[in-house]
Each structure stands twice: as structure tokens, then as C-alpha cells.
Design a protein around this ligand. Structure first.
Ligand code: KG4
Ligand code: ZN
Length: 343
């Protein structure tokens, strides 16, 4: 089954053609980073406008690089998937309207996908044999969630962030350090050259809860900088390395503790922050020591992309058919994870 998937929940306009959930025939991601960089964060109104400007070209490029034209569309595409939420209201609407229009014109079923499910299942594109149950750790600019995934579309949310999402903490730290936006990849690059033991930032483990909190690490960085302004490149790299170390240890400690508590043999990462070099290395190292398998998506499927939406759409179709295609979808910016109703 060929799914044309559309993702516009935040600042990436992405379209992908995915066959049977795992074969990505084409993927186009148009990032708006340059537009938002001067504001050190995403400006919702600008994001919506950029999606409107980009979406037609992104669709055309995704179609042409998988040999599909508007003439053979009916024959080659079986369903249209789109991100229904959570995300920015205006941004979500653009993807939803375009998806619905294509579905109506070409008489194709629509499959709505929760953005978080995209991140949960993004590892499946390269590892279709991941078994349930597993622990999902979603770490992105908008989310930090620990979820017990009992079966396809059957979730129990164990914990989430009480304040900043982890990607947001990286982005804000970068701003304090005079680095550009988005800060996560820049702090990560610099951290590779620094000493992670140079400064001891707090590790907010929040014992007794599966929640996270990153505002404390951020404040300790701010306090540190008040007394110790950045001296030189080496000092800056050491701060980045120490900050990244504190965040990575917190994520890793809590994830493996949750896997042990709930008897889970697999941890599956997803979201932009799972592109972080240290987080990837640390999880894989601890995995070897604990006999818990860790799955991390390839870099291209960590940050927002439509292939993960196409992957979930197919999995949802296998379990639920086109049950959801008749619903009058309204994008929902604060959509929660909901269990699928199997056929
Ligand atoms: O998943 P994503 O593209 O968007 C959301 O759904 O939020 O994640 C974007 C976030 C940004 O905060 C960005 O700074 C962070 O992922 N990020 C990273 C790295 N690459 C992207 N954070 C730390 N290290 C990285 N290498
Ligand atoms: Zn995301």
C-alpha cells in the first residue's frame, strides 16, 4: 500500500511516499529554521505562512522523486495520511486542508496520525521487527515523554516534563551561551570537543515519579554564567559538554529505571533530541550492560518528517482498516495519545 503522508505540525513542511509503512520511496523536508532563527524560537504565524508557501512544491517534489504524476496519482497512491495534532494550530490546518483536498479529488481514504505516534514508531522504518511491549522515550522540542507501548496503538503514558521539553532546554541554553537557533545540534557539536566533567550541573531525577523537569538545569546554567562568563572557545565547549552530560544522564537513568520497573526489554527513542551524539552513545552503552535493547531512528527520522507519519498510517490501517477515514477531522493542537480501536 502506498501512502502519501503530510507533516506540518511545527516548522517543517514534509511530504513522503511510503510503501507498506517501511519502504520510503521519497521524503522531502523543507525546514523553516532560517525564518525562525532570528527570534530564537518558532513564531506560529510565520510557520503557517511558510507552510502555505512551501506545501505545493514539497508535494510536487515528493511525487516526482517517486515517479508519481497527477495523471497516475489515482493508480499509484492508495491513501493520504496527515498529522492531525498536537502542534501549532495554523500549521496543522495547512496539512489537514491539503490532505483532505487530495483525498476528495482523488477519492482516497484519509488516515489521521498523532504526531507523537510518528515519533514513537519512527524507528520501525528501519527496524520493522521491533516487538511490543516497549518503552518509548520521546525527546523533542515540544515533548519529553515516557510511554509504555503495550501493543500497536495501545499506550500508557508514564510521565512527561513538568516544565521545559528537553529540546527547549537545549535551545534556551544555546541562547544563554550566545549560540544560534536551534541550539540542540550546536550545543551537541561543541560538546563533542569539551570536557563533560568540567562543571557539575544538577541532575533532576525526581525520584518516585516518571516525570522530568529541565528548568533546574537551565537555572543552574544561568547562575553559573553569572559568576563565570564565557572566557574562550575551550570554556564554551566545556560548558556545552557538561550541560549535555547532565541532560543525557537524567534521560538515560530514568528510562532504564522505568524499563526495569515495568519489565520491558526494549527502549525505543524518537524525536529531534534523539539525534544527539551523546544520548545515542550513552543509551547504546547502558543497553549492552543491562540486556535491554535500544532502538534509535536514523538521523533523518529523528526530527519532524512525513515518513514517520506514513509508517504509522500503515500500521494503523493494518489494525483498524480505514475506520478513521470517515470522521470529520478537525486538527487538534493539544491532541493527547489515544488508543486505537482495532477492527
Ligand atoms: O522532533 P523535532 O524536530 O520537533 C518537535 O517535535 O519538537 O525536535 C526539534 C528539537 C529542537 O529543540 C532541537 O534543538 C533538538 O530537537 N535537536 C537536538 C539535536 N538535534 C535536534 N537536541 C540535542 N542534540 C541534537 N543533536
Ligand atoms: Zn516532533
Amino acid at each position: 500500500m502506498n501512502v502519501l503522508a503530510i507533516e506540518t505540525s511545527c516548522d517543517e513542511t514534509s511530504v513522503s511516499i511510503v510503501t507498506n509503512g517501511v519502504k520510503v520511496k521519497s521524503i522531502i523536508i523543507s525546514s523553516q529554521t532560517k525564518i525562525h532563527a532570528k527570534f530564537f524560537g518558532i513564531v506560529p504565524e510565520l510557520a503557517s505562512r511558510a507552510h502555505i508557501e512551501n506545501i505545493n512544491l514539497v508535494i510536487s517534489r515528493a511525487l516526482s522523486s517517486s515517479g508519481i504524476t497527477f495523471d497516475n496519482f489515482s493508480k499509484k497512491v492508495d491513501a493520504i495520511a496527515f498529522t492531525v495534532g498536537p502542534g501549532l494550530a495554523g500549521a496543522l490546518l495547512i496539512g489537514a486542508i491539503v490532505a483532505k483536498s487530495l483525498a476528495i479529488i482523488y477519492k482516497k481514504p484519509l488516515i489521521p496520525v498523532n504526531h507523537l505516534e510518528g515519533h514513537i514508531y519512527s524507528s520501525f522504518i528501519k527496524n520493522k521487527s521491533i516487538n511490543h511491549p516497549f518503552l518509548s522515550l520521546i525527546i523533542s522540542g515540544g515533548h519529553t515523554e515516557l510511554i509504555l507501548v503495550k501493543d500497536f496503538g495501545k499506550y500508557k503514558v508514564l510521565g512527561g516534563t513538568r516544565d521545559d521539553a528537553v529540546g527547549e532546554a537545549f535551545d534556551k541554553a544555546a541562547k544563554m551561551l550566545g549560540l544560534s537557533y536551534p541550539g540542540g545540534p550546536i550545543v551537541d557539536e561543541r560538546a563533542e570537543k569539551g570536557d563533560p566533567k568540567a562543571i557539575r550541573f544538577t541532575r533532576p531525577y525526581l525520584k518516585g515519579s516518571w516525570d522530568f523537569s529541565f528548568s533546574g538545569i537551565k537555572t543552574s546554567l544561568l547562575n553559573y554564567l553569572k559568576v563565570n562568563p564565557v572566557k574562550n572557545e575551550k570554556h564554551l565547549n566545556n560548558i556545552c559538554a557538561s550541560f549535555r552530560q547532565a541532560i543525557s544522564e537524567t534521560l538515560c537513568f530514568k528510562s532504564f529505571a522505568a524499563a526495569k520497573e515495568f519489565n520491558l526489554e526494549r527502549i525505543v527513542l524518537g524525536g529531534g533530541v534523539s539525534a544527539n551524539y551523546l544520548i545515542r552513545r550513552m543509551f547504546l552503552k547502558v543497553s549492552r550492560e543491562n540486556k535491554v535493547k535500544v532502538f534509535i531512528p536514523p538521523f533523518i527520522y529523528c526530527t519532524d518528517n512525513a515518513a514517520m507519519i506514513g509508517c504509522v498510517a500503515y500500521l494503523k490501517y493494518l489494525k483498524c482498516g480505514f475506520k478513521y477515514s470517515d470522521v470529520q477531522f478537525i486538527s487538534n493542537p493539544s491532541l493527547k495519545l489515544e488508543d486505537w480501536q482495532y477492527n
